[in-house]
Design a protein around this ligand. Structure first.
Ligand code: SAM
Length: 487
């Protein structure tokens, strides 16, 4: 069986928010147990080439990973990559999700990213039914989808694009025509002060920044069916599932803490979490959701308590700084996105300093913050999108040891000449140049740093300062999580 994903490649990639250590952390935050990553069972629906699963599988050799996808081309490419990387615990099945069978309640984590709102109604229903049938009692299912009302605006751009590509079949020509039309209209809309046109212009410019595969499948695909959050929750309930929370830090904040808006919206929502989040989607004109579901049954108590952070880990790229804006007694840090965070609480300040020093390694919250106020403040880093939360740390650190060992999946990707490779942090890293890829592939744990310098010195493009370059590359690779921390 084939589909349009056989006609035009899709930029499959690892998605950090699908990782079981993150889904498990959210489950625990919401007061529920979660299956330990090391021996969990994961199903990805619409797994494409399985790179997302393969990256997870490398971190948990005893766990089992199953990917389902309709595209023969993606599955064949994925099997090749998985074999080249020597990953033994991933199985990719080329099958329509409507025909996929497995033992009831046999998966602890189910991930369906980018499938639901781009599939016909019967496939949507089958996907939800699969989650209802296959999710284990302590399981978490994550379904992402284009959301309303934000996507109504995007529909305006889509209408224009579909009109521009009408009658064009060949993917490359279709993408080129869509890009030309988006560029033309963005310019026209930009000349106006009209708010609707301005909003369309922003959407069109955003569209132009996307890769070809996303444009072809996600924006020009035959089916584009953005969802009301409350409808998705109703469909999940019909399959015996409860909404847990969304995998978006700001929505997690709304689930855990009563905000001013919660109180103001009470006449509309009656204090119901689903009604509140639906209201929030209208208020914030939401475009996208990554909703988490669990088996229905036990009542959910979402409100935050610091004990729920027990056993969880936090990773945050924080850099301390002092300048004229920092008052005496204040601890100030720069965050990854050029933001700043500061505190006068010494316990929170010390915890942030340790997080920054350890980055890219995550630290146990139990180790860096004993008291409730500092723990709650650390959670604020997560809901403020300044830190990642997980049930366990990835095996990374600033040092890569005497005989550096790089992620086997990344090395296989480098050998295949791919520009984007996968890190131990479950993220994509762009690698420029054949020499960089060759260097990465040399990091198989058998060579000392001196041997690496010698090997690179033999290359045609070797320079006098190859030793320095190797040192710098190893430091950068460690920071990106491409190499495994010793020990
Ligand atoms: C937009 S892509 C998302 C892929 C991947 N989850 C990711 O995050 O990159 C959607 C994938 O779902 C697959 N798909 C669509 N309909 C399907 C069906 N009925 N059964 C199985 N896979 C399907 C497509 O082949 C494609 O690989």
């Amino acid at each position: 069986m084939t589909n349009v994903y056989d006609e035009q490649d899709y930029p499959y990639a690892v998605r950090h928010w699908t990782h079981p250590t993150q889904l498990g952390a959210l489950s625990r935050l919401m007061g529920r147990a979660a299956a330990p990553f090391e021996d969990c069972r994961v199903l990805e629906i619409g797994a494409g080439d399985g790179v997302n699963l393969a990256s997870m599988a490398i971190g948990a050799p005893r766990a089992q990973f199953v990917g389902v996808d309709l595209s023969e081309r993606a599955v064949a490419a994925g099997r090749e990559l998985i074999a080249a990387a020597g990953v033994a615990n991933v199985r990719l099945e080329c099958v329509d999700l409507r025909n996929f069978e497995a033992e009831p309640q046999s998966f602890d984590y189910i991930v369906a990213h980018g499938v639901y709102a781009w599939a016909p109604k019967d496939v949507q229903e089958a996907l939800m039914a699969l989650c209802g049938r296959l999710l284990s009692p302590r399981g978490v299912a994550m379904i992402s989808y284009n959301a309303l009302p934000g996507c109504r605006l995007r529909q305006g751009v889509r209408d224009m694009l579909l009109s521009a590509v009408a009658g064009i079949e060949e993917p490359e020509r279709k993408i080129a025509a869509a890009r030309a039309a988006a560029a033309f209209h963005a310019e026209q809309w930009s000349a106006s002060d009209n708010a609707f046109r301005k909003a369309l212009e922003l959407e069109a410019r955003d569209f132009l920044g996307r890769p070809d595969g996303l444009i072809f499948h996600d924006e020009l695909g035959e089916i584009y069916d953005p969802q009301l959050f409350s409808d998705v929750v109703a469909k999940a309930r019909a399959q015996g599932l409860d909404y847990l929370c969304d995998n978006d830090p700001s929505l997690v904040e709304h689930a855990l803490f009563e905000s001013e808006l919660w109180s103001k919206a009470l006449p509309l929502t009656g204090g119901d979490q689903i009604a509140y989040e639906q209201t929030l989607d209208f208020v914030e004109t939401r475009f996208f959701r990554r909703s988490l579901f669990c088996r229905a049954g036990a009542p959910l108590e979402r409100r935050f308590s610091p004990e729920r952070l027990a056993g969880l880990y936090l990773e945050a790229p924080l850099e301390p700084f002092i300048d004229a804006s920092v008052a005496e007694g204040e601890f100030a840090f720069k965050t990854a996105r050029q933001g700043e965070v500061s505190t006068r609480d010494p316990a929170f300040g010390a915890a942030m300093r340790r997080l920054g020093e350890a980055y890219p390694r995550a630290l146990a919250i139990d180790e860096i913050a004993a008291e409730a106020p500092a723990r709650a403040a650390l959670l604020r880093l997560y809901v403020g999108n300044m830190a990642r939360l997980a049930t366990e740390p990835f095996p990374v650190g600033r040092d890569c040891g005497d005989k550096p060992f790089a992620n086997p999946l990344a090395r296989a990707q480098a050998r295949l000449g791919l520009g984007s490779v996968t890190s131990y942090r479950h993220s994509q890293v762009q690698l420029e140049g054949d020499d960089t890829r060759r260097f990465l592939d040399l990091l198989d744990g058998t060579r000392s740093v001196d041997e690496l310098v010698r090997a690179m010195s033999e290359s045609a493009s070797a320079r006098d300062d190859t030793g320095k370059l190797v040192d710098a590359a190893l430091r950068t690779f460690a920071l990106w999580g491409l190499t495994r921390a010793p020990g």
